[in-house]
Design a binder for this molecule. Sequence first.
Ligand code: PLP
Length: 209
Amino acid sequence: MTLAPNVFDAEPIPEAARAEIDRMLRTGDLFRYTAPHEAPVTLLEHDFADFIGARYALAVSSCSAALFLSLKALGLPRDARVLIPAFTFAAVPSAVVHADCVPVLCEVGDNYRIDIADFETRLDDGIAAVIISHMRGHTSDMDRIMTACDARGVPVIEDAAHSLGTTGAGATSAPSGAWAVSVSSPTSWSMPARAGSWSAMTPTWWRAR
Ligand SMILES: Cc1ncc(COP(=O)(O)O)c(C=O)c1O
């Protein structure tokens, strides 16, 4: 059994980040709609996409919104079956239901990772899309997952709320799926996408890092 990480202790916000937050608040111009160019969130999206080697990044209000929008962007028909980890956050099945799809649970090991044998078996059961949550920084075997999904033409969304900076099989954290989504909080970090992405990370943190 993998030990659970400490998710209760937060690190202080760095001085540079607080200075940047203060600078932005003093301008009062926080919105992408009003800035003539290079709104803070636009700069964040560009930096973020570059950082993870994605073509695009789009910041939205939450990871739940990112999951929902990713599913809608896939254009799935009503009642499409979406394979998700049995151990994840409530937002994941909620996003699937919200998108008029049906969640199908896949086994997760006591190391927080997808049980690949169970995953591959369930993938053949009329699955139209997959969401993988890299829980608590434990990255599932994306090589195996992508090989199985690519062979069947099944799109993959990576819920990387817990996994910015984690590595898979010793490689970088660049996402494998068509979309990757993320969340920003003291204990959750953002991740991006390859072909299109929704990230909930705050611009202030990114500019100040
Ligand atoms: C694994 C996982 N996915 C999705 C979410 C949803 O994020 P948000 O609260 O930004 O909607 C969370 C939130 O903690 C999460 O832990």
